[in-house]
Design a protein around this ligand. Structure first.
Ligand code: HMG
Length: 440
């Protein structure tokens, strides 16, 4: 059976940076540690005035194609995953293909193009579509290009404002992949939920606290469903566990939940209920409170054990290094978590070839998907080709007034002039001359 998976990736960050401790916290009257320690975020990436989901996605895809020496005829499928689309008819992949055709002799007329939407999980769903297309033998020797691109903005004053971000991840899906091999080991947790939604509106309506509970509930279901395919899992089965990362503090909770499930600690609920005489009847609220408190204490105890701390530091913490600096990229988020982990391993000289990753994707609305991947033998070369640290360092550091101006401009207020910001050469930029695909 031919291996199919991710052959290569490129990451493209928005060119502006909002520092949460230095710039955001003082204006909000908050302790900077709420962001750096509580949420686990140092900064957010923002799109400059000349950037949008198309330019970020096209720039990431162009660099990927150049690095891999690809021509349009090598790509048989272009899928974009986004929840920031501006067109309800044409998929964003047609705009990105249009950009790429400006710099290549050939065209993408032969390529199937589409757009996947299911909040943040759409990036992983596009990978799955590409995997299925190749496995079904419909690719005629061609690879698939998957681009996850978003500007994750919240209304000013919304608690989500601290978790914003903008960037794109381009991924090449192919036979005999260099980076990771995908597998049929996969599980889902899916339910109709309304804690995070954007019905014809620029900023999401979010019940932030509930969204965290929904994330954990769906992730737990997905893990159980995954085990119905893979058999029981153990925390040491996986080199890394990249989760969807709206902010690292969320992953801290997901990591603990996953660990607890994998060490089969859950019967403790029954013991605790017996100990405090709790009967799960709705009228018995006093008992429910003590029960929930006992569970919280138990989780706190578990999270302070040496075994858990060592496991988390080795298996989950390394997935957060890029996220901390860029915020939530929605569809790209879990894919930068995977890249962070592999990048850390390369920097620390860890040999990962043949080792397994457990990837936990999530999209509001809501669905979680857990799948297993195997690290391929050329992974190190692919990861070392990324320049995300240089891109992050090169971002323009916004002051608060500039941040508000940029935020307003991306909220469709194109009357705001951004003349202070420079437009780079040699990249696709949004020229704003009336035609949406007029990019240079
Ligand atoms: P908040 O309510 O302002 O924050 O916003 P908080 O008061 O809950 O504090 C956050 C954490 O910081 C807490 O940690 C505090 O204790 C801690 P926790 O108790 O949870 O472990 N903290 C401090 N720590 C150290 N020093 C201090 C300090 N002060 C507080 N001084 C909220 C949090 C998540 C509600 C907000 O950011 C939000 O609404 N975010 C947007 C929604 C979101 O990201 N949800 C995550 C799950 S849903 C998801 O992932 C899907 C999504 O990506 C969309 C999609 O799929 O398309 C969002």
């Amino acid at each position: 059976m031919t291996a199919v998976g991710i052959d290569a990736i490129e990451i493209w960050t928005g060119k502006l940076k909002l520092d949460l401790a230095e710039t955001f916290a003082p204006e909000k009257g908050e302790d900077p540690e709420k962001y750096t320690k509580g949420l686990g975020l140092h900064a957010s990436s923002f799109p400059d005035a000349h950037e949008d989901i198309v330019t970020m996605g096209a720039n990431a895809a162009k660099r990927l194609m150049e690095r891999k020496g690809l021509e349009p005829e090598d790509i048989g499928r272009i899928d974009v995953a986004t929840e920031s689309a501006f067109d309800n008819s044409k998929p964003v992949s047609t705009y990105i293909a249009g950009c790429l055709e400006q710099v290549y002799d050939g065209d993408f007329h032969h390529a199937n193009k589409g757009e996947r939407k299911f909040a943040c999980i759409a990036g992983t769903q596009s990978l799955d579509d590409a995997y299925n297309w190749i496995k079904a033998g419909r690719n005629r020797g061609r690879a698939a290009l998957v681009v996850a691109t978003d500007t994750a903005l919240y209304a000013r004053g919304d608690p989500g404002e601290a978790t914003q971000g903008a960037g794109a991840v381009a991924m090449l899906i192919d036979e005999d992949p260099n980076l990771v091999e995908l597998s049929t080991e996969q599980g889902y947790g899916s339910a109709d939920e309304t804690d995070f939604l954007k019905p014809n509106q620029q900023f999401p309506s979010v019940d932030g606290k509930r969204s965290m509970q929904v994330y954990l509930a769906r992730m737990r279901e997905a893990l159980e469903d995954f085990e119905s395919v893979s058999g029981d899992t153990h925390p040491d089965d996986f080199a890394y566990i990249p989760f969807h990362t709206p902010f690292p503090g969320m992953v801290r909770k997901a990591g603990l939940l996953g660990y607890r499930h994998m060490i089969r600690d859950t019967p403790v609920e029954e013991e605790l209920a017996e100990e405090i005489g709790f009967q799960p009847r709705e009228e018995n609220f006093e008992d429910r409170e003590s029960y929930e408190e006992a569970i919280r204490d138990h989780m706190d105890d578990l999270s302070s054990t040496e075994a858990y701390r060592d496991w988390y530091a080795a298996t989950v913490e390394p997935t957060l290094s890029i996220s901390r600096e860029v915020g939530n990229w929605y569809t790209g988020s879990v894919h930068i978590a995977r890249a962070s982990a592999l990048k850390t391993a390369a920097e620390e000289g860890i040999d990962l070839t043949g080792q397994k990753l457990l990837v936990g994707s999530y999209g509001s609305g809501a669905q979680a998907e857990i799948h297993a991947e195997t690290v391929a033998d050329e992974w190190e070369d692919e990861i070392e080709a990324l320049n995300i640290d240089d891109q992050n360092d090169a971002r323009y550091d916004l002051d608060f007034e500039e941040y508000e101006k940029v935020h307003d401009r991306h909220n469709h207020d194109k009357t705001i002039e951004m003349e202070d910001f420079t437009v780079p050469d040699g990249e696709f930029v949004f020229t704003g001359r009336g035609r949406m695909n007029e990019r240079l």
